[in-house]
Write a protein that binds this ligand. Structure first.
Ligand code: HEM
Length: 334
């Protein structure tokens, strides 16, 4: 975390600790069947770092960064027999009232920058390079809203880990040899009913979130009859250790269509931590006492990926390329 020179050189691809930004694009893709599509994806992933440089160097203060996450099915196509220990498809969550669906996705590109045009240009060149090898499943352009507020009006991201806590929470350690420095990434696209939210008095909104609205102060709700979002999302294991994740949620929307959303993205060292958060939010603690944020927020997607560290990504791509080249008809892109 220390000693980074983000203003002097472009940010390396796969820098999960890149700064939170003013603009972001969340791009989820499916990879077409067959070896040619796989070969195309491999060559683009191999050149991802160069593409970040190509666009990012044009304005270093714009801090362009890109992280690619790979879904379980694609991982198995790239490197059968060796995948991160916890990687699996998003498991749908069924609460008594609210449900979190699981939706498809082979690749996630999380593109961040201080300028919308840098995100746009990077995405344009990326999709040009991927060509017919992929289809777009979902594409969301997010923006920073005032002092990092979500469209419900609350400051979002405060409790994120910082300093040395960031890698400890977000990056896989030596518990999974070969995948150190990578991260499990879970995304969900939420749409809000802002009219319904506006009908809830501010003190109750604050009790639902667990922080005051104007000045963002944490509310102690240990003795409250119903747990807040922040308390349901706090995970403590049997030994009393708290497990954080790194979130970089972004608002998005089209007021003309009455579309108001939050794109949730969480990076975690352990997938089970995010799964536990979702279970507590949807099922509730105690069961039935679910997260009332969900009464005004509906998830339309839910997908899990693994973002390997740069050396692991390179190894994955090279192994897949070698395997494609060894197959009789493999590796041909045309
Ligand atoms: C509609 C979607 C969501 C919105 C608008 C939202 C908003 C917020 C806000 C305003 C806070 C309090 C400030 C902060 O610490 O960031 C918060 C905290 C948090 N949220 Fe969410 N959130 C959403 C979904 C989720 C989901 C799906 C998860 C996990 C699976 C999650 C995990 C967390 C965590 C871990 C915290 C910090 C808890 C702590 O204080 O330690 N959130 N969220």
């Amino acid at each position: 975390m220390t000693g980074k020179s983000w203003d002097r050189v472009p940010i390396d691809a796969q820098s999960i600790d890149a700064p939170l930004s003013r603009a972001a694009v969340f791009l989820v893709l499916s990879v077409t069947d067959g070896p040619p599509a796989l070969a195309k994806v491999c060559s683009v992933l191999d050149g991802l770092d160069d593409l970040v440089k190509t666009v990012g160097f044009r304005d270093l203060a714009g801090r362009l960064s890109c992280i690619v996450g790979i879904g379980r099915d694609l991982w198995d196509r790239l490197q059968p027999g060796s995948r991160p220990r916890e990687l699996k498809a998003f498991v749908p969550v069924e609460g008594a009232v609210h449900k979190a669906p699981s939706t498809p996705g082979d690749l996630l590109f999380h593109i961040r920058a201080e300028r919308t045009d840098l995100c746009f240009e990077f995405e344009r060149l990326l999709l040009d390079a991927l060509g017919a090898g992929v289809t777009v499943v979902d594409e969301v352009a997010g923006f920073r809203y005032f002092d990092a507020r979500d469209l419900l009006g609350f400051v979002d991201g405060t409790a994120n880990p910082t300093g040395l806590d960031l890698p400890a929470s977000a990056l896989v350690g030596d518990e999974d040899a070969g995948f150190e420095g990578g991260s499990y990434v879970v995304v969900q696209k939420y749409l809000h009913d802002l009219d319904a939210w506006a009908r809830i008095p501010t003190p109750l909104q604050e009790a639902i979130i667990g922080r005051t609205k104007i000045d963002n102060v944490e509310i102690d709700d240990d003795d409250a009859p119903r747990k807040s979002h922040k308390s349901l999302a706090t995970i403590v294991d049997a030994d009393g250790n708290e497990h954080d994740i790194l979130r970089d949620n972004m608002p998005f929307g089209r007021p003309g269509q009455r579309e108001f959303g939050t794109y949730f993205i969480g990076y975690s060292r352990y997938l089970w931590v995010v799964e536990k958060m979702l279970e507590r939010m949807y099922v509730g603690d105690p069961p039935g006492a679910y997260d009332r944020l969900l009464d005004v927020s509906t998830p339309h997607t839910g997908t899990t990926f693994f973002a390997p560290a740069r050396p692991a990504l390179q190894r994955l791509v090279r192994a897949a390329q070698a395997q494609l080249a060894a197959e009789p008809e493999g590796g041909r892109t045309s």
